[in-house]
Design a binder for this molecule. Structure first.
Ligand code: VGL
Ligand code: ZN
Length: 207
């Protein structure tokens, strides 16, 4: 069945930032390959929004902020388990800016996340405690946008958490696989596909 984006649909472009692309601090394999695919999709949508991972220096999700810890280890935080990352997407740095070829002109909203020092935020809707809202849900509701199409980086972290949260709070969610790439850390991609299917996230190859 052909899905046609309409006036109550939004394309949400997740974290297509230099640090998640080859050469970046937390590079996703072939992360930059999503850029031309997303640029083509942007033209098909009436409404487009971007998310931007936006951490202060010394953020608590950075391994370097925890003496003795190494990137990609998991630690216990007050809000649950947290994977530790290399320093990435530090506010105001080139790594935090959008990929230079990403078509951002038509974006109506940029939602920044992960700016609180003590908590990470994978999802565009809620931080990793699953309770602190980013404000995106209210924005979408006020604008009458009901269905979210997701693309970006990384499939198994920020895209997945955004899609699952969208479903959890009553939005329809469609993940466009061609526009995503994954980190795939010890089974995280398989877990993400299972979690998204259970949450009722629709998965399409392309539009
Ligand atoms: C992301 C890990 C840490 C993502 C962001 O955009 O998927 N992953 N920060
Ligand atoms: Zn991050």
């Amino acid at each position: 069945m052909q899905i046609r984006p309409g006036n109550d649909d939004l394309l949400l472009i997740v974290d297509v930032q230099n640090d998640f692309c080859p050469g970046g601090a937390l590079a996703v394999a072939n992360g930059d390959a999503v850029v031309p695919i997303i640029n083509r999709l942007v033209e098909r949508f009436d409404h487009v929004a971007l998310t931007q991972d936006w951490h202060p220096k010394g953020h608590s999700s950075f391994a370097a902020s925890h003496p003795g810890a190494r990137p990609f280890e998991t630690i216990d935080m007050p809000y649950g388990q947290q994977t530790l990352w290399p320093d990435h997407c530090v506010q105001g740095t080139p790594g935090a800016t959008f990929h230079p070829q990403l078509e951002t002109t038509r974006a109506e909203m940029v939602i920044r996340k992960g700016f609180r020092p003590d908590i990470d935020s994978y999802s565009a809707f809620y931080e990793n405690d699953r309770r602190t809202p980013t404000g995106l849900a209210g924005y979408l509701r006020e604008r009458g946008l009901c269905r979210i199409f997701l693309v970006g980086l990384a499939t198994d972290y920020c895209v997945c958490h955004s899609a699952v949260d969208a479903r959890r709070i009553g939005f329809d969610a469609v993940l466009i696989e061609a526009g995503c790439r994954a980190i795939d850390l010890s089974g995280s991609l398989d877990a993400a596909w299972a979690g998204m299917a259970a949450a009722g996230v629709q998965r399409v190859n392309d539009l």
